[in-house]
Design a protein around this ligand. Structure first.
Ligand SMILES: [Zn+2]
Length: 349
């Protein structure tokens, strides 16, 4: 078993800051997670802050990175994710001139039955590949070393394939409804399924347009939870593509909130984009050690959840941006950089 290359832990239940794989931030192995779409807890009146705040939407504007419209996932990448044998690689290379058909050939060679059908369909529809993570050891910090092994999402793990593929299809449908975002990508992805041994964490992590997913992840427990996990993960990939935008654009806002509230949950509640809590800790977005990247990913998830409510014709009871000034600023910066559209009704200030 080799030590795995550094990967950003992105979400193990929203587990920890996105730093190269060193000791994991304080992830809640046994936290209480509620999908954002369930009714958020009412929040106490937010403390008022002297504004204007240092970071205005103008200052940390970072050149929107024009993302390539739909980059192709190459057959070399596909072979890596599929763990294709040299024989299969040679065969498909000889038989097919185009990358697309080579990928289809590699999938055909690698899988059988239902998984083959699903993987071919997923590639046809999204350009992505359903693959496997490599066996290895993840440095879990105080949780110790976490051994993971590749695990195909079939048989007793079939439901995870349904949740992941279904979740990505729902996110695709969401962007069809929302309209082409300013600079944001959600496909094609290399999916890398694995199983943690003796632990139910990390639930997922991502880097370089790959999302690694744990079929034994403690929080991968429903279609809704998995869909929101995927949206959170995909934001990290976009943040990475925008040269760690969150660090440059939101750090000042994030630090101001943390300077005011520390890890005191009641004080943080008005600023928390999500409802996920770290057991024995506070909101995942503000859990010490998690960092601004997780605050940003939770914010992006909140953007998705509120717009998804609009998509479903549901009223938005507590628009995040209508909370404290920091919320309004952070929301505006996120919309500006990635989505370019805000369909949440204005605030009655
Ligand atoms: Zn994350």
């Amino acid at each position: 078993m080799s030590d795995l290359p550094p990967r950003y832990f992105l979400l193990t239940f929203l587990s920890g800051a996105c730093v190269p794989l060193s000791p994991l931030p304080s992830e809640p192995p046994d936290h209480t997670a509620s999908t954002l779409s369930s009714s958020p807890t009412p929040s106490p009146t937010p403390p008022t802050f002297p504004s204007p705040l240092p970071c205005t939407s103008a200052s940390p504007s970072i050149s929107s990175v024009p993302l390539p419209s739909s980059p192709i996932l190459t057959s070399a990448q596909a072979a890596e994710y599929l763990g294709s044998s040299p024989k299969d690689i040679l065969h498909c290379h000889k038989e097919h001139a185009e990358d697309d058909t080579r990928v289809q050939c590699l999938i055909n060679q690698r899988y059988t039955g239902k998984l083959r059908e699903e993987a071919l369909k997923f590639h046809r529809e999204t350009g992505g590949v359903i693959g496997l993570e490599k066996a290895g050891t993840l440095d879990g910090g105080y949780r110790g070393q976490i051994s993971i092994v590749p695990e195909l999402p079939e048989g007793r793990y079939q439901k995870h394939l349904d949740w992941v593929v279904g979740g990505l299809a729902a996110i695709d449908g969401f962007f069809q409804w929302l309209g082409e975002p300013k600079s944001y990508r959600w496909k094609p992805l290399g999916l890398r399924f694995y199983r943690s041994i003796g632990k139910r964490t990390p639930a997922a992590y991502a880097q370089d347009w790959q999302v690694s997913y744990n079929v034994e992840g403690g929080i991968n427990s429903s279609a809704d939870a998995v869909r929101e996990t995927l949206f959170h993960e995909i934001f990290h990939l976009n943040d990475e593509e925008h040269r760690n935008w969150s660090k440059r654009a939101l750090e000042a806002i994030f630090r101001r909130i943390v300077a005011r509230c520390g890890a005191r949950t009641p004080c943080l509640t008005p600023y928390a984009p999500g409802t996920t809590m770290v057991r024995g800790g506070t909101y995942y977005a503000f859990q010490p050690g998690n960092g601004v990247g997780e605050y940003a990913a939770e914010l992006a998830l909140r953007y998705y959840v509120e717009h998804h409510q609009v998509q479903r014709g549901e009223p938005i009871t507590r628009p995040f941006k209508c909370g404290p000034e920091e919320n309004r600023l952070a929301w505006g910066l996120l919309v500006d950089e990635f989505f370019g559209v805000d369909r949440i009704p204005g605030c009655l200030r």
